[in-house]
Design a protein around this ligand. Structure first.
Ligand code: TRP
Length: 332
C-alpha cells in the first residue's frame, strides 16, 4: 500500500450490531480509513468456538459487511473481507500454536469466562482462540490494533508471541501497539445503565436494524434515575440513566451537555426520553435503509468481499512464506 500506518480489526459476526457498537468505535472508522491503511474482517472462524446456527451465521456475516459499508467504510478505501476466505490466517495460527505456551493460554480471562459459560462445550478452539487472533493480526504486519477493554489481554498475548518468535528468528513480525481511540462513547444499557449496552440485554439494547417504532418504545421505557430532582442534568455517578441518555443524545445530535440541559430545563423526563428516541431513529434510518439496499444487491456484496479477500491474501501470504521459510519448511 502507500506508506500509511497499517491498522487492523476483526469483528465477530455472532450478534447483531447495536447502538453501542455504532456510537463507540464504528462511527469513527470512516475517519480512520483516511488516516491508516485498514483491514477489517468478519471473524467467522472465531465464532464457531461456540455453537452457531449455520444459516444465521451466514446471514449475519453478510449483514455485517453491508452494515459496515452503510456506516461509511468505503470498500475502495479499505480492505473488507471474511476471515475464512483467507486460509493463511489458519495456516499461520498452526505455526504460532507451537510458539504459545499452554500455561499462557490457560491464564486468559476470556477462556476462563467462556468455559464457565459454555461448560458443555469447552473445546480446543476456545482454548487456542487467542492464537488464531494473534495470527489474524501478525499476518498483516499492522502498526496498530484498536482494542476495547475486553480484548486487551488478547493483544498482549499477541505481542508476547510475536516477540518470542522474533527472538528466535529475527524481526519477522512487527509488534503492534494497541490503539486507544481518542473519541468514542461508552454507551450503557437503557434499562440497566450500570452495565454496557449489549445484545444479550435485549430490551436495553437498540439494534442498528431496528424499526423507528421499536426504537421509540425502548427509549420511552428507558430507566431514568430515582433521584428526587427529576431534571435532565449530566451527572454519571448520581444519575447514570439520564447521563447515558444525554450521552446518546449528544452523540446523535452533536449538542453539548449544556445545550441539552437548557433544552429540557424544567421539563422532567417525559419529553426528554422520546426526543432521544427520535434522534436515534433519525441517525440510524439512513444506515438501515442503505444496509437493506446493499443486502438486496448480493452481486455487489460478493464483489466486495472477493476483492477484499484477494487484497488480504496478497499481504497475508507474503508473511506466511517468510514464516514457513524461517521455521524450515521447503518452499513449494
Ligand atoms: N476477538 C475479537 C472480538 O471478539 C475479534 C477478533 C478476531 C479480532 N481476530 C481479531 C479483533 C484480530 C482484532 C484483531 O472482538
Amino acid at each position: 500500500m502507500d506508506g500509511k500506518k497499517v491498522m487492523l480489526s476483526g469483528i465477530q459476526p455472532s450478534g447483531d450490531l447495536h447502538l453501542g457498537n455504532y456510537l463507540g468505535p464504528l462511527r469513527h472508522w470512516p475517519e480512520m480509513i483516511e488516516e491508516f491503511d485498514c483491514y477489517f474482517f468478519m471473524a467467522d472462524l472465531h465464532t464457531i468456538t461456540v455453537r452457531q446456527d449455520p444459516a444465521q451465521l451466514r446471514k449475519r456475516t453478510l449483514t455485517q459487511i453491508a452494515q459496515y459499508i452503510a456506516c461509511g467504510l468505503d470498500p475502495e478505501k479499505c480492505v473488507l473481507f471474511v476471515q475464512s476466505h483467507v486460509p493463511a490466517h489458519t495456516q499461520l495460527s498452526w505455526v504460532l500454536n507451537c510458539y504459545t505456551m499452554f500455561g499462557e493460554l490457560n491464564r486468559m480471562t476470556q477462556f476462563k469466562d467462556k468455559s464457565a459459560k459454555h461448560a458443555e462445550n469447552v473445546n480446543a478452539g476456545l482454548f487456542t482462540y487467542p492464537v488464531l487472533m494473534a495470527a489474524d493480526i501478525l499476518i498483516y504486519q499492522p502498526d496498530f490494533v484498536p482494542v476495547g477493554e475486553d480484548q486487551k489481554q488478547h493483544v498482549e498475548i499477541c505481542r508476547d508471541i510475536a516477540e518470542r518468535f522474533n527472538g528466535v528468528y529475527g524481526d519477522v513480525f512487527r509488534v503492534p501497539e494497541p490503539y486507544i481511540a481518542k473519541v468514542g462513547a461508552r454507551i450503557m444499557s437503557l434499562n440497566t445503565p450500570d452495565t454496557k449496552m449489549s445484545k444479550s440485554l435485549h430490551e436495553g439494547c437498540v439494534f442498528l436494524m431496528e424499526k423507528p417504532e421499536d426504537i421509540m418504545r425502548k427509549f420511552k421505557r428507558a430507566v431514568t434515575d430515582s433521584d428526587t430532582e427529576r431534571c435532565v442534568r449530566y451527572a454519571p455517578a448520581e444519575k447514570p440513566g439520564v447521563s447515558n441518555l444525554m450521552q446518546i443524545y449528544a452523540a446523535a445530535t452533536g449538542k453539548t451537555y449544556e445545550d441539552i440541559e437548557a433544552e429540557f430545563a424544567g421539563q422532567g423526563y417525559g419529553k426528554f426520553k422520546p426526543a432521544v428516541g427520535e434522534a436515534v431513529a433519525e441517525t440510524l434510518r439512513p444506515i438501515r435503509e442503505e444496509t437493506e439496499r446493499l443486502l438486496a444487491d448480493k452481486a455487489y456484496l460478493e464483489s466486495v468481499y472477493r476483492a477484499g479477500a484477494e487484497k488480504a491474501s496478497y499481504a497475508a501470504e507474503k508473511t506466511l512464506r517468510k514464516v514457513y521459510k524461517k521455521v524450515g519448511f521447503i518452499a513449494r
